[in-house]
Design a protein around this ligand. Structure first.
Ligand code: CAA
Length: 256
């Protein structure tokens, strides 16, 4: 394992820290692949009862890596390993917790929403800002937000790219716990300790049953969302959105 992902295992809990602090822990393909690998190893390891994923440093993750995104086109879709990495993370059978501080944006927010339990610091900044890059969330965020928040609030967040706080995430039912800033990892570890005391088989089956109810109906929506995400990779607006981000200016979109 490289230093992109830091790992620590103690008392039945596998802690995994996203470790690209200079890029606000942006999820490049290598990091996403290492995360999926490590979570699968944890899933298969009898000494691991549950997992906690967090960001090393002050932030969870600022989304997909924009430098990589700049190079991706619609034609890459079928061979892009990222979709497989996301699907492997979604198939993890043991319970896992995301502990969120600071920025949790784009694919970072999608990763947090994918967790079974979500612990957020009150002033964490969550959101799906892809629209500002001429894109949409492509890893299940649209469907998971809509499931909990309903149509109007989801479309408001996704069409404006507005951020929301950890406090909001908890009040809206996206997060299972909120805590003081700086305490997300400790709070998640305290919850993980309680999970370790529980019956593993029953926990896994409870997770499976809830996911069968909440995830299955959204598979068609996910397939359409993913296809749209891949088509947008080759749009003028995506190129303009990324250029504007790099030049720290407002993008001029053409709808092309
Ligand atoms: N990818 C790659 N690099 C990133 C990044 C990202 N998503 N986010 C931040 N960085 C880099 C910046 O380019 C910068 O690098 P340099 O120091 O080399 O210039 C460094 O991290 C620090 O960033 P800022 O100077 O911008 O730091 P800030 O504290 O002022 O702002 C921020 C932090 C609000 C997170 C801002 O960086 C930002 O808006 N980032 C982009 C967020 C975003 O649009 N995410 C969505 C990506 S698309 C996606 O995720 C698609 C998907 O569904 C899979």
């Amino acid at each position: 394992m490289s230093d992109l992902l830091l790992s620590r295992q103690e008392a039945g809990v596998l802690q995994l820290a996203l470790n690209r602090p200079a890029a606000r822990n942006a999820l490049n393909t290598a990091l996403l692949g290492e995360l999926a690998d490590a979570m699968e190893r944890g899933d298969a390891d009898p000494a691991v009862h549950c997992m906690v994923v967090h960001g090393h440093g002050d932030h969870f993750a600022a989304g997909a890596d924009i430098d990589e995104l700049a190079e991706r086109t619609a034609a890459n879709g079928p061979t892009d390993p990222r979709l497989g990495h996301w699907q492997r993370i979604q198939r993890i059978a043991k319970p896992w917790i995301a502990a969120v501080e600071g920025y949790c944006l784009g694919g970072g927010c999608e990763l947090a929403l994918c967790a079974d339990l979500l612990v957020v610091a009150e002033d964490a900044a969550l959101g799906q800002p892809e629209i500002r890059l001429g894109m949409i969330p492509g890893a299940g965020g649209l469907q998971r937000l809509a499931l909990t928040l309903g149509k109007a609030r989801t479309l408001h967040l996704v069409l404006t790219g507005e951020r929301f706080s950890g406090r909001d995430a908890h009040a809206w039912g996206l997060a299972s716990q909120s805590c003081e800033n700086g305490q997300a990892l400790n709070t998640a570890l305290a919850t993980a300790t309680r999970l370790v005391e529980g019956a593993p088989l029953a926990q896994r089956l409870a997770k499976q049953a809830v996911l069968a109810m909440t995830e299955a109906p959204h598979q068609a929506g996910f397939a359409l969302g993913r296809r749209s995400f891949e088509l947008l990779l080759s749009s003028h607006d995506k190129a303009e959105g990324i250029a504007a981000f790099r030049e720290r200016r407002t993008p001029t979109f053409r709808g092309e």
